[in-house]
Design a protein around this ligand. Structure first.
Ligand SMILES: NC(=O)c1ccc[n+]([C@@H]2O[C@H](COP(=O)([O-])OP(=O)(O)OC[C@H]3O[C@@H](n4cnc5c(N)ncnc54)[C@H](O)[C@@H]3O)[C@@H](O)[C@H]2O)c1
Ligand SMILES: [Zn+2]
Ligand SMILES: [Zn+2]
Length: 445
C-alpha cells in the first residue's frame, strides 16, 4: 500500500480533532452529498500515484452560510501539485479534485456573505482561513486554527496548518480549483475582489505564487545590498528573484540544472545563474557560490525547489526505503554556501524527516535557518494587487502557456517533465474571457 493511503488509514483510526468550524473531507462534490444533482462540471482528479484524470463531477452547492460558489475562469498548476502527483504529500484519495490557485466569477453566496455579489470577479487564496482566530487576526492565514482538523498532521508537526484547496486530507480535504466550479468555505475572507484593470491572467497569481515568493524574500530577511542565492528556477524561484531585486538585493544568483536558467536570463538579464549539472570535477554548488562572492558566500539563501528531489543515490535510496521523507542535500548546500551569520529560508515543500543534516555548520557559523511556512496569502495580497496595478510587478513574465481545462491531465505530465518549455500555465475554462494582452496564445493537446 502506498504511504499516502496508509497515512489516510492511520488518520481514519485516530479520528479528526474537534477544532475545525467548517466541514472536512469534501474533496469532490459528487461524494458526501456536496453537489447539485441537476448540474455537472469538469474537473481534474487524482487517480493514484502518478495519475491524474479529467472527470465529470457534480457542481458544488452552498453547504455552509459563509460559502461562496465560484465559477472558475482561470486556474493553474503549481510545483506543489507535483508533490501530490508523486504521492510525496500523504493522504490523497482516488477522485480528489486538485488545484489550489484559481480565480473566477461569484456564482452563488451563502446567507451570511454580505461583501460579495453574484457576478463579481474574484481570486481565491490557496489556504482556507476563518478570518478571526489567533492567527487570522494577524493575517497569518496559512496557519488558521479553525479550518483543518487533521490529527496526523498535528501529531507529526506538533501543530497544524490551515485547510487548503485541493491539497489532500492532510490539510482538511477540500475540493480544489482545477475545475469549472469550486466551493469556497468562508468565502467572505478567502476571496479577493479583482478590479477591472487587473485581468484574470494577472490576478490569478495572487492565489499563491506572488504571495509565496514575496513572503520567501521578506521572511528570510533580504535587505538592501544583499547578495541572494535561490535554489530552483521554477515560477516560485523566478518571482523570488524578481522580488529580491525589488527589495534592494545587489545581486541574485539562481541555481538549477535545466533550460529554465536560460528562460531566466532572457527575462532578467541582470540575474546570474549557476547550472549545477555543468559543474567541473571537484566543484560543488557551494564552492562555485563562494568563488562568485569573495569566498564568503551569499548573505541570503532561499530554497524554492523541494525536499523530494534527491540529487545523489544515497538520499534517493533512503527515501525509497522509507528511512527519510526528504533529502537534506539542498538545505545542506544552502547552509554551507551562506556567509557566516547569514540566513537561509525554506519555501519549497518538505514533508517529514531528513538524514545527514549539517547541524555543525549551522551551529558553528551562526546560520539562521528559517522555515518560511506555507505562505500567509492574506497578509500580502492587497499590497501585491496594488503593485500589479502600478506596474511594479508583472506576473505574466513567468507564464509560458495557455491551456484548456480539458487538457489538464496531459499538461500535468508535461509540467512534471519540463517538456515543451512549460512552466507556469494559465488554464482557461468554458467561462473564461478571451486572452488578455501579453498572455500566451492557446496551446491544445
Ligand atoms: N511555502 C509555500 O507556501 C509554497 C507555495 C507554493 C509552492 N511552494 C513550493 O515551492 C517549490 C517551487 O515551486 P514551483 O512551482 O516553482 O515548482 P517547480 O517544480 O516548477 O520548480 C522547481 C525547480 O527546482 C529545481 N530543482 C530541483 N532540484 C534542485 C536542486 N537540487 N537544486 C536546485 N534546483 C533544483 C527544478 O529543476 C525546478 O526547476 C515547490 O516545492 C512548491 O511545492 C511552496
Ligand atoms: Zn502552490
Ligand atoms: Zn482562522
Amino acid at each position: 500500500m502506498a504511504m499516502s493511503q496508509a497515512a489516510l488509514k492511520v488518520e481514519k483510526v485516530l479520528g479528526h480533532g474537534d477544532n475545525a468550524t467548517t466541514a472536512q473531507d469534501i474533496t469532490n462534490p459528487s461524494k458526501d452529498n456536496a453537489g447539485d444533482p441537476s448540474d455537472k462540471m469538469k474537473a481534474l482528479a487524482w487517480m493514484g500515484k502518478g495519475k491524474v484524470e479529467i472527470v465529470e463531477a457534480l457542481k458544488p452547492k452552498v453547504m455552509e452560510n459563509r460559502d461562496v460558489i465560484v465559477k472558475v475562469t482561470g486556474s493553474t498548476v503549481c510545483g506543489s501539485d507535483l508533490h501530490l502527483l508523486h504521492g510525496a504529500v500523504v493522504e490523497l484519495e482516488k477522485g480528489d479534485i486538485l488545484g489550489h490557485e484559481f480565480c473566477g466569477i461569484v456564482d452563488e453566496v451563502g446567507s451570511e456573505v454580505t461583501n460579495l455579489k453574484k457576478g463579481q470577479r474574484v481570486v481565491a487564496s490557496f489556504q482556507i482561513a476563518c478570518g478571526d482566530c489567533y492567527y487570522c487576526k494577524q493575517k497569518l492565514s496559512s496557519q488558521c486554527e479553525k479550518t483543518n482538523s487533521n490529527t496526523l498532521e498535528n501529531a507529526m508537526y506538533g501543530g497544524r496548518t490551515a485547510g487548503m484547496f485541493g491539497y489532500s486530507h492532510f490539510t482538511g480535504g477540500f475540493a480544489g480549483g482545477q475545475a469549472e466550479y469550486t466551493r469556497v468555505p468562508y468565502g467572505d475572507v478567502n476571496l479577493l475582489s479583482l478590479p477591472d484593470n487587473v485581468p484574470d491572467e494577472q490576478g490569478l497569481f495572487l492565489s499563491d505564487v506572488l504571495a509565496t515568493s514575496w513572503h520567501a524574500v521578506v521572511d528570510t530577511g533580504v535587505k538592501k545590498g544583499d547578495v541572494v542565492a535561490i535554489w530552483g528556477a521554477g515560477p516560485i524561484g523566478q518571482m523570488a528573484a524578481d522580488f529580491s531585486i525589488l527589495n534592494g538585493a545587489s545581486r541574485v544568483i539562481m541555481v538549477d540544472s535545466n533550460w529554465r536558467l536560460d528562460y531566466v536570463k532572457s527575462k532578467y538579464p541582470n540575474i546570474e545563474t549557476l547550472d549545477y549539472s555543468a559543474l567541473g570535477k571537484g566543484e560543488s554548488v557551494t564552492s562555485k557560490l563562494k568563488e562568485l562572492t569573495n569566498n564568503r558566500g551569499p548573505d541570503i539563501s532561499i530554497e524554492c525547489a523541494a525536499g523530494e528531489y534527491a540529487k545523489g543515490w544515497a538520499h534517493y535510496f533512503e527515501m525509497l526505503l522509507g528511512l527519510e521523507t526528504d533529502t537534506s542535500e539542498i538545505v545542506n548546500e544552502m547552509i554551507t554556501s551562506t556567509r557566516n551569520f547569514g540566513s537561509c529560508g525554506i519555501t519549497g515543500v518538505y514533508v517529514g524527516f531528513t538524514n545527514h543534516f549539517n547541524i555543525g555548520s549551522l551551529m558553528e557559523r551562526g546560520i539562521r535557518l528559517i522555515g518560511n511556512g506555507q505562505a500567509p496569502v492574506h497578509k500580502y495580497w492587497d499590497s501585491l494587487l496594488k503593485m500589479i496595478q502600478d506596474g511594479q510587478i508583472e506576473p505574466l513574465k513567468m507564464v509560458s502557456h495557455r491551456v484548456r481545462l480539458e487538457d489538464l491531465d496531459k499538461v500535468y505530465y508535461k509540467f512534471e517533465n519540463k517538456e515543451d518549455g512549460m512552466q507556469k500555465v494559465y488554464v482557461e475554462t468554458r467561462f473564461s474571457a478571451p486572452a488578455a494582452k501579453g498572455s500566451p496564445g492557446l496551446t491544445t493537446y
